[in-house]
Design a protein around this ligand. Sequence first.
Ligand SMILES: [Zn+2]
Ligand SMILES: [Zn+2]
Length: 346
Amino acid sequence: MKAAKLHGIRDIRIEEMPEPEPRPGEALVQVRAVGICGSDLHYFKEGRIGETVASEPLILGHEAAGVVEAVGEGVEDLKPGDRVAVDPALSCGKCEWCRKGHPNLCPHIRFFGTPPVDGALREYIAHPAEALFRLPQGLDYEDGAMLEPLGVALHAVDLAHLKPGQRIAVFGVGVIGLFVVQLARLSGAVQIFATDLFPFRLDLAGRFGADEVFRPDSEDPAAGIMEATGGRGVDVAFEAAWVHGTAEQAVEALAPGGTLVLIGIPLGEDVVSFRASSSRRKGLTVKMVRRMKHAYPRAIRMVERGLLDVRSPVTHRFPLDDVRRAFDMAAGYRDGVVKAMVELQN
Ligand SMILES: [Zn+2]
Ligand SMILES: [Zn+2]
């Protein structure tokens, strides 16, 4: 089978490798769609995320869906032909944090496309059946792949404890930020602000329910948000931009007693910074988002009911052979790309 392997910075190659065999409890899945995520781009552009380094060749990709081709011994809930979304996180289920209900914090977690675990940018994967979620009729493979970033957005909104009638700001509206905007609207937010450097993303944020949008390269979003809220600020600010300065803007835009939710992964320096005086004076709560918990079933139900639009953010599609072009485009934010999707026809 074919696989896309990252050999070094910006060096991604299509290679032949043996097809995996499903072990007991696993299913063999023919991969059909893989979304390229910001964290994949970190490995592509910098070869690392903080202290996690891709020192060996690595298959990237963790937003995936496909069709079950065969099942291993003891798998009863899935059969060949079932279309499934792939949860890329495999926690141990036994440690203190798994037992306390925080599988996302499991120190033994194995996560697709994160060294040393290979990801989904290949024709076949063998994956534990309990981490495969059957797609209902109305959801196609791309929708299935989009459930992963949606799950992260759901977890972020869970951490924020959004309440109806609140004012919300989202700093950075890539795919996860766009989902947070949609979820904030569903949660009954009365005012939603979005910021981003790219106008095509702000257009989507507006379509998804943002009332006012700001471009931080030409205006001060915190000042704009303060003015639009009569000097009060927002109840919850989500940082999902991964660039220097957004956490600080979020803190300045928050109302006293507000909550800052940090979703992004800092680009370059491994530091998050914001002003101590304003965050202390306001008595802010800061929450860090680490992936997600058991979000797939909820995400599937919401998309199936038509409550969320997971299709509009998919702007570009590439065959596996063009994976290099897909990464170059996504890494350069070119051509109005929001989500680039690799589609495998097989
Ligand atoms: Zn992702
Ligand atoms: Zn564990």
